[in-house]
Design a protein around this ligand. Structure first.
Ligand SMILES: NC(=O)c1ccc[n+]([C@@H]2O[C@H](COP(=O)([O-])OP(=O)(O)OC[C@H]3O[C@@H](n4cnc5c(N)ncnc54)[C@H](O)[C@@H]3O)[C@@H](O)[C@H]2O)c1
Length: 249
């Protein structure tokens, strides 16, 4: 049995993770921790899952790595600089393994991969992402990662900047620019996570759309990561290698 601890256990994702771990015959929900609880109880766990908040997750990572605890992290907000910080901590703790994924849904991982495959063939690309009304950060980690992948694929294909004829715009009307890709963030009650990646060329558009209808969509990926984290040295970023999707998109 893999003993699992959950940080952010009373949150939306944490609650779903606790249920999914509790229902898995090879996993034991050993410790649940939320704000104000003592983290020390996590010390007996084989893997600690973090779904807390971008402002909290680095502190949790530093503490868990210091305690020698493997981690599966779904909390958003991992810029390249933050990933480097985590990699630096892991260099000093070679026995600890960490897996971070911007999106644990298999459909979303495939959506990002298909977007990366399409990106080199179209003049323009924009992202519209929808999330629930209580999300504290924008754009979503998934949208940011999709934009990064599109940007890299465009560069590899020799494409320059996305053309934009806008000369006047209300503030925010063209969305945020993430690695040169316009990202439009919508926040609404009733939504879990939805993203459309729209590509445009003269005479045609291609839309790659993904919809997480409820949080069950993330659980197979989270459980896969919990089972795999101990066997992957260092830092693993993204669910792709666990799905056999390593290598160029
Ligand atoms: N990777 C993915 O697939 C995926 C999917 C959905 C959401 N997310 C991300 O997961 C994070 C959590 O999302 P949510 O909707 O569950 O948020 P939420 O606000 O419902 O839950 C967060 C929980 O963490 C707790 N918390 C905050 N700081 C803590 C700390 N230091 N220690 C312990 N607990 C702490 C809060 O009290 C709360 O219960 C967000 O960053 C969100 O963007 C990722």
């Amino acid at each position: 049995m893999i003993k699992v601890g959950v940080l952010g256990a009373r949150g939306r994702m944490g609650t779903a993770v606790c249920q999914a771990v509790g229902a898995a015959s090879d996993l034991e929900l050993a410790v649940t921790v939320d704000q104000g609880d003592d983290r020390q109880a996590l010390a007996l766990c084989d893997a600690v899952v973090d779904f807390t908040a971008p402002a909290e997750v680095l502190g949790n990572l530093e503490w868990c790595i210091g305690q020698g605890l493997n981690m599966v992290v779904g909390t958003s907000g991992f810029s390249p600089e933050r990933l480097e910080t985590v990699a630096g901590w892991l260099d000093k703790a070679p026995d600890v393994r960490v897996m971070i994924a911007a999106n644990f849904s298999v459909g979303a991982v495939l959506m990002m991969r298909f977007a990366a495959q399409a990106a080199g063939f179209f003049e323009s690309a924009e992202i519209i992402e929808l999330r629930h009304a209580n999300k504290v950060d924008a754009p979503s980690g998934t949208a940011a990662r999709t934009a990064d992948l599109i940007s890299a694929a465009r560069a590899a294909a020799g494409l320059g900047e996305v053309p934009d004829a806008t000369t006047t715009a209300a503030e925010g009307a063209r969305g945020a620019l993430q690695e040169g890709v316009h990202v439009h963030s919508v926040r609404l009650p009733g939504v879990v996570a939805k993203q459309d990646v729209i590509f445009g060329d003269p005479g045609e558009t291609l839309t790659i759309a993904h919809n997480s209808i409820n949080r069950a969509s993330f659980m197979p990926g989270v459980l896969l990561a919990i089972r795999a984290v101990a066997s992957r040295p260092g830092l693993t970023f993204g669910l792709e290698p666990l799905l056999g999707l390593e290598g160029p998109a």
